[in-house]
Write a protein that binds this ligand. Structure first.
Ligand SMILES: Nc1nc2c(c(=O)[nH]1)N[C@H]1C(S)=C(S)[C@@H](COP(=O)(O)O)O[C@H]1N2
Ligand SMILES: [Mo]
Length: 207
């Protein structure tokens, strides 16, 4: 048997405990926010290298370099969607344009209604971490996070806030919305890091 992997990628491996989902269901907590372009901005704040805040309005942000990445979406409720093409602004581009201070170790990604998720800087800086505006070449729908959502393919999908509005650079780790409510601080699906009770010492701040 061996690994269910083929060079053609027709049978890609799934993280443990996950099943393949056809289509693209909508999953989130709370209402879908209404996009108001004139009030929308994307902010980078916290421990920036220059000590200042950076902000882009919608026109400015969507004019940043557009790139595509291929990445999975693994929901902790056990379904996975594989190999979608996401288009938008790489997290790496944001890190270049608004560099973090040298002692930044984590980021908090903030979304509408105060939803948040914390990431290690290394996960945020991964080459496939993208602030997506598009999926499969099409603009995201409101339900899927329009105008902007984060996608972090190597982590469970709650680590990718929809309706994202900014990033806070942090010099110490802090839990985001789901990480405070019983979900694993790191959330690596390949290690099946679903719940906070599974955390090993050092994997998350005290609860
Ligand atoms: N703002 C916000 N983003 C969120 C969530 C949420 O509750 N609020 N849920 C996450 C979870 S648990 C999943 S599985 C994915 C689902 O994305 P989809 O609805 O586009 O499939 O969004 C993530 N982003
Ligand atoms: Mo999820």
């Amino acid at each position: 048997m061996g690994e269910p992997q083929s060079p053609e990628g027709e049978q890609q491996p799934l993280p443990p405990g996950q099943r393949l989902q056809r289509g693209w269901p909508v999953t989130h907590y709370g209402p879908v926010p209404k996009f108001k372009p004139e009030r929308w901005d994307f902010r980078v704040f916290g421990a920036t290298a220059d000590g200042g805040k950076h902000s882009w309005n919608h026109e400015e942000f969507t004019a940043l370099p557009y790139e595509t990445v291929t990445g999975d979406l693994h929901c902790v409720t056990k379904f996975s969607m594989l190999g979608a093409e996401w288009g938008g602004v790489l997290a790496r581009t944001v890190l270049e344009l608004a560099p973090p201070a040298d002692d930044v170790t984590h980021v908090m990604v903030w979304a509408e209604y105060g939803f948040s998720s914390n990431l290690r800087l290394s996960d945020f800086a991964a080459e496939t971490t993208v602030f997506a505006t598009h999926r499969a070449g099409e603009l995201l729908t409101a339900e899927h996070g329009f105008p902007l959502r984060l996608v972090v393919p190597q982590l469970y999908a709650w680590k990718g806030p929809k309706w994202v509005r900014g990033v806070e650079y942090m010099t110490a780790d802090r839990r985001g919305f789901w990480e405070e409510r019983g979900y694993h601080n790191i959330g690596d699906p390949w290690k099946e890091q679903r719940y906070s009770y599974q955390e090993e010492p050092g994997e998350g701040p005290e609860l």
